[in-house]
Design a protein around this ligand. Structure first.
Ligand SMILES: [Mg+2]
Length: 338
């Protein structure tokens, strides 16, 4: 089988950011083959990510055998090394890698979860992320809850936690996400003051590159610290894991370098005794690895923007279940693509 075409597309969907932002500018990668199979993956970087695919990465794949994913990954990584390593180039590469994994599944008539040694059909517990306040209509539809609170002071966070516990009670896990906007001192005060509300983790309270800050939090915080959605490649995660700067490692498969890197991040983290809990784990691109590789699976609810991805599994009564369809088990609504 040979690769005949690589397409990079930024689909428009209701409520999706209209710009090129690196955070959630999802791009769809479609890899066509001479066998009539097409693999689909999602990466990031918006229009800038598309440009990386169209001007650099496609040269390494056209005419190649798609099955050699790990070799292709290394060649594309090497080709982007002087300007890549982290950020847009790796976000673009992530989508290409995922499209190759979708093809591997389709060629072997197997769901990706099966290629990873797991099984489809097992219900996986899920958690929802809420900006500011938990949506009371969602309480029965999720197994755990996370509050996204960018104002990182005790006065902002503790009343929000109290309200959250009033809504969900004390049975379900509760987490909080500072999205890199807090500081070390406030995080430690919040961690102490949050103890009556039993947080499972505090996520990304400070910027990812503040390793000294994360070392302080590792040593002093009574609440486990989570993070990693803004880190890239297994090599990038290595110091975080070796120094145990996070207790819960949260790679995003559409940004961190794709499934090829995610597998290695799981291996390293689990060897170090750390938990992996993927960012946006309910989206199919990460969910197969949640099912196959997580010891303690908990999948984060996805974003509602990928309306052009059909047959995505949905959360029901707090759980999500993978089908046994080949690859990632989805179809693309080509009519919605620009
Ligand atoms: Mg987060």
């Amino acid at each position: 089988m040979k690769i005949t075409n690589i397409r990079a597309i930024q689909p428009i969907a209701a409520n999706s950011p209209p710009d090129w932002r690196t955070t959630l500018g999802q791009i769809l990668i479609a890899i066509d083959t001479d066998a009539g199979l097409t693999g689909y993956g999602v990466g990031g970087g918006g229009a800038a990510g598309m440009h990386v695919v169209q001007t650099v990465l496609r040269d390494y794949l056209l005419g190649a055998d798609p099955e050699q994913i790990e070799e292709h990954w290394l060649r594309m990584y090497d080709a982007t090394l002087p300007f890549g390593r982290k950020g847009i180039a790796i976000m673009a590469l992530s989508g290409v890698d995922l499209a190759l994994w979708d093809l591997r599944g389709k060629q072997n008539n197997a769901a990706v979860v099966k290629l990873l040694g797991g099984t489809s059909g097992e219900p996986i517990p899920t958690y929802g992320t809420f900006w500011g306040e938990i949506d009371t209509t969602q309480v029965d539809n999720l197994s755990a809850f996370k509050l996204h609170l960018r104002n990182g002071t005790v006065a902002d966070v503790i009343p929000a936690l109290q309200k959250a516990r009033e809504i969900i009670g004390f049975q379900a896990p509760l987490m909080v996400d500072g999205w890199m906007k807090w500081d070390v001192e406030n995080t430690l005060q919040i961690a102490e003051a949050s103890q009556p509300y039993q947080l499972d983790w505090i996520e990304e309270p400070i910027p990812i590159d503040d390793r000294a800050g994360y070392a302080s939090l590792r040593d002093a915080s009574p609440v486990p610290i989570a993070g990693g959605e803004h880190e890239f490649t297994a090599r990038g995660f290595q110091p975080l894991i070796e120094q145990k700067l996070h207790t819960i490692i949260q790679p995003d498969v559409c940004w961190c370098g794709g499934l090829t890197q995610l597998i290695e991040i799981y291996r390293q983290a689990q060897q170090a005794g750390l938990r992996v809990c993927q960012h946006r784990g309910c989206e199919v691109w990460g969910l197969h690895a949640v099912a196959a590789l997580d010891v303690n699976p908990l999948a984060e609810s996805g974003r509602p923007w990928m309306t052009w991805v059909l047959d995505q599994p949905e959360i029901e009564n707090g759980f999500i279940t993978i089908s046994d369809r080949p690859g990632f088990g989805i179809r693309i609504d080509e009519a919605q693509l620009p």
